[in-house]
Design a protein around this ligand. Sequence first.
Ligand code: ACO
Length: 370
Amino acid sequence: MAKRGILRYRGYDIQDLAENCEFIEVAYLLIHDKLPTRTERRNYARLLNLNSMLHEDMQAFFRNYPEHAHPMAVASAMAVSLSSFYPEMNDPEQEKTISATRLISKIRTIAAYSYKKSIGEPFVYPSHKLTYCENLLNMMFSSPVADYEFSPVLVKAMNQLLILHADHEQNASTSVVRMVGSTGADLYASVSAGISALSGSLHGGANQEVMQMLETIHKSGGDVDKMVQRAKDPQHGFRLFGFGHRVYKSYDPRAKIAKQVCMSVLEKLGIHDPLLDIAMKLEERALNDEYFIERKLYPNVDFYTGITYRAMGFPTNMFTVLFAIGRLPGWISQWYEMQSDPHKKIGRPRQAYCGPTRLTYVPIDKRTAS
Ligand code: ACO
């Protein structure tokens, strides 16, 4: 499907899900293999709310990180820390439901706390009165002195962007989650490793890099040609962030939707962001360039998301955490799928060694400097 630019979750087209669903419905779909009924969705939303607070003692961790700590590093550390605060239950079925719900719910609280710490503001608790995405936005942007004013346009866009990221077969971070889980490590440790893998600039970290690249172009007068030339120069080692994909050799279907979401949000809110003009110019320039055509390089999911996140008020270093929040249901369902396999084995790739095969031991005094 990927080669034809089609993405479906459990048979449902990504476009249909992004247009019609809330993120928690898609999370439910990935974990329970079916879209929830109205009652199931209400119960799931309630369960997510019941699991939204962090153990009060975890606040000490956030307080002691430096202001400039990257929220992905904090998120990874906090995800694994959850296992110490919430030890495994004896009932495997209950454990499955609760630990998945706990992670999906608390990751928002973790993300918002790391942001609040970085700007020196008090933590905002989650509220049972709010929906999943409202809670995320409220914990990020409200404060004891100012309420957050919800915009239905932004809440919808938040749901859509999280849905776009929810699952994507064996990408690097998902494979890491499965690999760690294959050893018998718990879900929290596996997800923590996934967050670390996602942080890299060739993977989820690209959404942050895209924004920095667009800002660089903007500051230098808006000339996209220079950036395209740089990306084509093999000596430079630079890549156009938000372009190219290991699997998609046509337009990434998620990028198409992310672009529509971005344009619609900016239009509805009456925002003119010069970075959107630059992104569209850069896309057009690259898509008409022989280098990009030959290599089948198209915008990927990370190309347009950052401009929408910026319109919502998120700082650039939070973008990859938003990706992680979206990807969690995918990681969790993949982890459980692997655990339920009766023939499950530890992941153990083999390696083709290319160095010398037999050397005579040399005592340290007789070794020569290389
Ligand atoms: N800019 C310029 N050239 C590129 C780009 C790019 N973004 N991506 C690939 N190429 C070139 C490579 O230099 C290579 O050229 P060559 O054949 O002359 O050596 C050719 O295209 C093939 O590239 P590979 O590295 O083999 O492609 P691969 O499938 O391994 O990499 C990847 C995929 C990592 C996504 C790559 O396209 C890239 O680095 N993109 C930029 C980072 C990015 O946006 N990452 C997000 C990916 S989506 C996600 O993870 C959620």
